[in-house]
Design a protein around this ligand. Structure first.
Ligand code: 13P
Length: 250
């Protein structure tokens, strides 16, 4: 059985007091119930508060980005060990907003995935096509290439530790969720690519999420498919009731 994951990506939202209130409220609603891994990827300034608040609850805390170098003259950046040493367990890598606004490339994404694994951080690797690429029939080529390049140099065992999130860019923050069939097909294409590169067993073991306008209403349908192992949730992860609905849907 593959692990099931519901991860929230708060993006550039939530002050520390809001983060702590959210985590307390979610923990209270959920209790110790654990049907899947629940992860909140919070801004850097919320990490420490969130980790303390989430102690003794099943909620896990992740970051949204990091640099790949160990240390050095990279003003404004955060190193993998800085996350590891405060017990962060997950880090989003290669989100489309970082690729689009902060010039992340497949090459830097690959470096970050390797650095995360080297520091016992689980990378949540994001891939996804633009609307234009989808319209001209390039979606499969784009997402499988992104996966191949991001995982380059890893061995099969390491690939199994990566959580992949298929997030079509046209579905992010638009309210236009992919159909369950399309999302499931894209995730199967990713799995097939991993099977080609690392073998069928690895492909069957790797957790792959869908992201893009997931909410409390559409989550159940998405999770009823063969290959969608959970969700990476943006906007709907900022409202505790809605996020709980998504968790309950898996
Ligand atoms: P939305 O759920 O707001 O569409 O965002 C998805 C996303 O980018 C998660 O990483």
């Amino acid at each position: 059985m593959r692990r099931k994951v519901i991860a929230g990506n708060w993006k550039m939202n939530m002050l520390p007091n809001e983060a702590m209130n959210f985590i307390n409220a979610l923990a209270e609603r959920q209790g110790q119930e654990k049907t899947c891994e629940v992860i909140l990827c919070v801004p850097y300034t919320d990490l420490f508060y969130s980790l303390l608040t989430a102690q003794n609850t099943p909620i896990k805390i992740g970051a949204q980005n990091m640099h790949w170098e160990e240390r050095g003259a990279y003003t404004g950046e955060i190193a993998p060990e800085m996350l590891q040493c405060i017990n962060v367990q997950y880090v989003i890598i290669g989100h489309s907003e970082r690729r689009q606004y902060f010039a992340e490339t497949d090459e830097t994404v690959n470096k970050k995935v390797k650095a995360a694994l080297a520091h016992e951080l689980t990378p949540i690797l994001c891939v996804g096509e633009t609307l234009k690429q989808k319209e001209v029939g390039l979606a499969e080529e784009v997402i499988t290439k992104q996966v191949e390049l991001a995982l380059g140099g890893l061995i099969a065992k390491q690939v199994e530790e990566v959580i992949i999130a298929y997030e079509p860019i046209w579905a992010i923050g638009t309210g236009k969720v992919a159909t369950k069939e399309d999302a499931n097909d894209a995730i199967k294409q990713i799995r097939n690519k991993i099977a080609d590169l690392y073998g069928e067993e690895t492909a069957q073991n790797v957790t792959i999420l869908y992201g893009g306008s997931v909410n409390g209403k559409n989550a159940k349908e998405l999770f009823s498919t063969s290959d969608i192992d959970g969700a990476l949730v943006g906007g709907a992860s900022l409202k505790v009731g809605e996020f709980e609905e998504i968790i309950k849907s898996i």
